[in-house]
Structures are given as C-alpha cells and as structure tokens.
Design a binder for this molecule. Sequence first.
Ligand code: HEC
Ligand code: HEC
Ligand code: HEC
Length: 431
Amino acid sequence: MVFVLLTLAGCGAPGWHESMAEETPPPLPVFDRAQIRRGQMLAALGDCSSCHSSRDGPPFAGGVPVPTPFGTVYGTNITPEPQTGIGKWSEAAFRRALRDGVSRDGHLLYPAFPYNHFTHLSDDDIRALYAFVMTRDPVQATAPANRLMFPLQFRPLLAGWNMLYLKKGPIQQQGAQSAEWSRGAYLVESVGHCAACHSPRTALGGEKKDAYLDGGDAEGWHATALNEKSPSPVPWTVDSLTTYLRTGIVTEHAMAAGPMQGVVHNFAQADPADLRAMAVYITSRMDPPDAARQAREASARKKAAQESLAAVQPSSPAPAADEAALTLGGVVYANSCAECHDLGRQLSSGTALRLPLAIALHLPDPRNLIHIVRRGILPADGEAGRWMPPFEGSLTDEQLAALVVWLRRQGTDAPPWNDVLKTVKESGNAP
Ligand code: HEC
Ligand code: HEC
Ligand code: HEC
C-alpha cells in the first residue's frame, strides 16, 4: 500500500540527485561571531541537538535514534569532521539538505529530519546555521544503520513523499499582521517545526495541512492542539505562553513533559524576543476563547478551589461499570497524590498545581497522564528545579488505570476515556 502510493506519486520525480563536490570548509575567521551566535540561537529553536546529540556523547555527533511509525532513523553526525561528519560540505550542499532533503552525495533524506519545515528558512538563516555547525568540535562518529519497514530502506521512494508533502519556498504572508506576528509565523513554520509533532499525520506520515496544529503524536505522547481546538482548561495568553516556552513551567498550566521537555530545554538558548514572537503567533491561532472554553475554564477553576479533589461533586452519575475502579482510584489518589496536589497540603513540594487545571486530564486520550504518573517529570541531568516523582514500580497497572479513570471524572466535565487499562498496558512498552 505505502509502496504503491509512493511509487505512483513519485513517477517523474528524481529519486536521486547529483552529488555535490567535496569542499574544504573556509577557515574559521570567515564566519563572524555575530553570525555564529545567531546560528546557535536558531539551532536552539530548531531543536537540532535533540536528534543529533546523544545523551552521553559529544554534541552534534549523531547516533540518536529518532522513532517513527515506520521504524527508527538515526540522526547523523553533523560536526565538521571530514570523513564521518559534514566537514567537506559546502554551504550550497548544506542549503540543499535543509531545503530539499538531499544529502551531499545525492541520496534522499528521510523526513524524520524535518526538512519540510526547514525548507522555508531564509538564505541568511541557513548561512547562520551553517556557520554554527561548521564551528563545532569535529568528532569522528558514524550513526548506526536505520531500521525501517520494508520497502522503505529504498530511499528513491522518498521522491513520492516529497511530491506530496514537500512544499518549498518562503511561507506565505497572511494579510496585514504586525512584524512580531510575522516573525513568529516564520519561526513556528520553518525552524521551530512545531507542526511536525502538533499536527496529525496521514498514513504516509505527511502532515495533514487541513488539520494544521490540531494535535498530533510524538513518541507515544499526544502533542496538544495549538489552535482554537486547544484543550487547555486555562486559555493561553501571550505572556503565559512566552513563559512556558522560556522556562517550561507556568502556574496554572503545569510543566513541559515528554518530548516537549527537550524542546523547551533547548529554547533556553534561543532569543527571548523570538520566543515571544512565536507565542504571539500561536495564541492568535487559538482565537479568543468561545463560550464553551470559558465555561470549561470556570468549571476547572471551581473544582481546583476545593480543598481536596475528592470533595468535588462530578457533573454526571458514575457509569455502573466504573464504580469499582472509581473507589480504588480515589484511594490511590489519597495515598499517592493528595499530599502534593491537594490545596493547602504540599508537604514536600512547594507548589504543585491543582490537577483540574492540568492539561493532561483534558486531552482526547490518557497517554500523557499515564506517562507522567509512571515516569514523573524530572529535571534534566544536573539541573535543579521542580519535579514530579515517578510512580513506576509502586503502582500496579490496575491501580494506575483506576487512578486515571478517577482523575478524569473528578477533575473534568469531559466524557470518560475508553479502554484505560488497555492503554496503560500498551504504553508500558513505549520508548
Ligand atoms: C526530529 C529530529 C531532527 C531534528 C530536529 C533535526 N534533524 Fe537533522 N537529521 C535528522 C535525521 C534522522 C537525519 C538523517 C536522515 C536520513 O538518514 O535520511 C538528519 C540529517 C541531517 C542532515 C544531513 C546529514 C547527512 O549526512 O546527510 C543535516 C545537514 C541536518 N540533519 C542538519 C540539521 C540541523 C541544522 C537541524 C536543526 C536546525 C536539524 N538537523 C534538526 C533528524 C533531525
Ligand atoms: C518533538 C515533538 C514536539 C515539537 C517539535 C514541539 N512540541 Fe510542543 N509538545 C509536544 C508534546 C508531546 C506535548 C505534550 C506534553 C506536555 O504537555 O508537556 C507538547 C506540549 C506543548 C504545549 C503545552 C500545550 C498545553 O496546552 O498545555 C505547548 C504550548 C507547546 N507544546 C508548544 C510548542 C511550540 C510553540 C512548538 C514549536 C516551536 C512545539 N511545541 C514543538 C511535542 C512537541
Ligand atoms: C512530591 C510531590 C508530588 C506528588 C506526590 C505527586 N506530584 Fe504530581 N506534580 C508535582 C509537581 C511539583 C508538579 C509540577 C509542578 C506544577 O506543575 O505545579 C507535578 C505535576 C503533575 C501533573 C501535571 C503535569 C503536566 O505537565 O500536565 C500531573 C498530571 C500530576 N502531577 C499528577 C500526579 C498524580 C496523578 C500523582 C499521584 C500518583 C502525583 N502527581 C503525585 C508534585 C507531586
């Protein structure tokens, strides 16, 4: 199926491009300091290190597994090492990789590398990124071979994907907007590649353009809708979203977790004005909250004001099938969570938010909540910061599922999630 579609779509598009000559990069002084610094801030926005720097290895030396629905692709070595890195790449070859998804020797690159977004970068910004990567320490390292479903090892098939999903050229200006909004739109759609995780994808792994930022998947997590469908109980403002992107934590919204934690961690190196511009653009896509969203906020705040979540009166009667789970869930909450999350308790944690305000309870499926309870939210290695303890190993699957069912009912007015125990069991194996 995938094969047939890609082959059909690819008819006429080249599956291989000409090789570009190797080049000895210009000696360092050619890049000026300001340019390298700008490249560094763009690389932070582009999250390059999440896919190109392994946890324990040297920066940008590659070897990072990038999971996709079709298998695992490894981020490559993009240090200026001549044999195993990109030390012999001209700026033109680097530009072609970011714009067209073609490697220097001519082979097509997998869209796990988000070139369908980087394609919109300006010449100046690509030059700055080039200046930044070419001035890193060269490291000799070769990424492991990709592990992909048959027949996707065959790279020329990607020509079909490119025909369908690679739309080159600068992003289109939409009407008369402020300079800050336009800057935000440019960054979100190009280097920031937010839609790579926050938009749903087709069976072929392309982003659905008619569902832009409607919410998507990333490594077994749900990446929240960032448009008028935003499920956040407290609507985002430019200020709160800027703070979230800068620090990963905002009172009343909680804390970045899962794949978003690495993204935000990198944003700490970005230009604060750029983060604000992105927040201006994203909040404009969320629209002013309509009556339904206002009602959701009011209800969440009312529940959050109760001394204990157990005291909340749920909005509808419990389905008979859920009664046993709800009783168990309430006990688990009282024993494991109340000490930090109930009003006025906070014995050990300073300020943990009231859970009716936590986005994880309001999502279309319970995966994020399950991951957060299992793994907690731990600060990056060696960093101080607030943290949520992991419960992996101290709750059984049944207890965790019961807790999740109970939290959804006590904390929100949303319909119950289906098959929670099944999701708990399946997501135990997530990466
Ligand atoms: C979501 C993961 C991801 C992010 C983010 C990402 N890359 Fe990559 N990149 C990859 C993967 C995976 C490959 C290898 C693709 C393949 O083997 O076909 C790659 C390949 C490349 C290549 C081609 C290398 C070669 O030898 O062919 C360059 C250049 C590159 N990335 C630069 C960047 C830069 C610069 C950034 C940040 C602005 C970035 N990447 C961000 C995953 C990523
Ligand atoms: C690698 C995938 C990935 C990328 C890239 C990414 N996000 Fe996320 N994002 C997630 C996931 C997964 C979550 C849900 C987990 C959480 O809430 O911490 C999330 C959560 C968020 C939230 C919190 C949503 C809410 O209502 O609570 C915001 C805001 C956000 N992302 C903004 C952005 C913006 C802006 C960009 C681009 C600059 C971006 N993200 C890029 C994966 C990603
Ligand atoms: C030792 C204190 C502590 C305990 C115990 C604890 N938490 Fe947390 N939790 C935190 C802190 C701190 C945060 C993050 C700070 C914030 O968002 O205010 C947090 C955040 C969260 C979030 C929000 C994450 C997000 O990004 O949306 C959820 C959901 C959550 N906890 C659920 C639970 C559940 C369920 C339990 C019981 C199994 C629990 N917590 C037990 C301290 C705790």
